[in-house]
Structure formats: structure tokens, C-alpha cells
Ligand binder design. Structure first.
Ligand SMILES: [Zn+2]
Length: 149
């Protein structure tokens, strides 16, 4: 699976790529050379809104035309022919990119709202953010948008 880095103006794009399972780092730093170093070391592709940056390192930096998150996401999916598979959805923390771990229902009691505890069976944990995820309404919305890609 391809791995990415998004920079400054593509934070929302990073979240979408994580949602479909792609390992994506996000950095909002000025020193572009740092990004290049990380990308080379970890074999990542850099996605940017900075045209000059992309022109300077054409092998690993790609300019993204889209202005809003969703069109940027569409653009990247097409360009790199990314796979959107059910088994890869919602497997990474959309905030920090960490792989989620399954967590038993008993363990989330008192850590999620009561109605969620009553109505949901499957939960996942980001061990870095300590955030608990479950299949909620926003997942439905995301699936719909993915179908319409
Ligand atoms: Zn996280």
C-alpha cells in the first residue's frame, strides 16, 4: 500500500486517506527539506498545494489542484489508483494516523455515551489519542461519499 505525507493546506485530505486505510502523515512545517527527508526514508509520496515545491522534486512531490478536501481526495484516489475496500475502512485514527485496535464492549463502559454503549457492539481504540471509535452516523455519511466518488 502506498504511503503519503500531506503538508500545510492538505490536512483534511490526510484525514480522508486515513479513513480508507492509507498511512498518511501530516506536517505543517516550513522546512520542506524535512518533508523530503522523511519521504525518502519512509518511501512516502508528498502531496502539496505548493506548486514550486512539487516542481523541484517531481519524483516524490505531487501538486494537488483541488481547492476543497473532497476534490483533493478524489484527485488523489484517481491519480494513484487507490483502492477503497470495505476491510480497510475506519482502521486508522483519522486524527493521528495510528492503527486502531479492537476493544471489547466491556472495556468501553463509562468511556462512551450511554446510548452508544447500549446500541453498538464493535469498538476500536487509538492507543495514542486514547480515543474510542464506533460505527456511527458519520460513517454512513463517509460511505455514501465514497460510493459517489
Ligand atoms: Zn489517534
Amino acid at each position: 500500500m502506498m504511503k503519503f505525507i500531506t503538508d500545510g493546506m492538505c490536512g483534511g485530505l490526510a484525514r480522508w486517506l486515513r479513513l480508507i486505510g492509507y498511512d498518511t502523515l501530516y506536517f505543517n512545517i516550513q522546512r520542506k527539506i524535512e518533508l523530503i527527508r522523511i519521504a525518502e526514508k519512509e518511501k512516502r509520496i508528498i502531496l502539496t498545494k505548493d506548486k514550486k515545491f512539487a516542481e523541484k522534486y517531481p519524483e516524490i512531490v505531487f501538486y494537488i489542484e483541488g481547492e476543497d478536501t473532497y476534490s483533493q481526495f478524489k484527485e488523489v484516489v484517481k491519480k494513484f489508483d487507490l483502492e477503497i475496500k470495505e476491510e480497510n475502512l475506519f482502521k486508522r485514527c483519522s486524527i493521528c494516523n495510528t492503527k486502531l485496535e479492537e476493544i471489547t464492549k466491556e472495556k468501553v463502559k463509562n468511556r462512551v455515551p450511554e446510548y452508544v454503549y447500549q446500541n453498538k457492539e464493535k469498538f476500536a481504540l487509538c492507543s495514542k489519542c486514547n480515543k474510542i471509535y464506533w460505527e456511527g452516523d458519520h460513517c454512513k455519511y463517509i460511505r455514501e461519499r465514497l460510493r459517489n466518488l
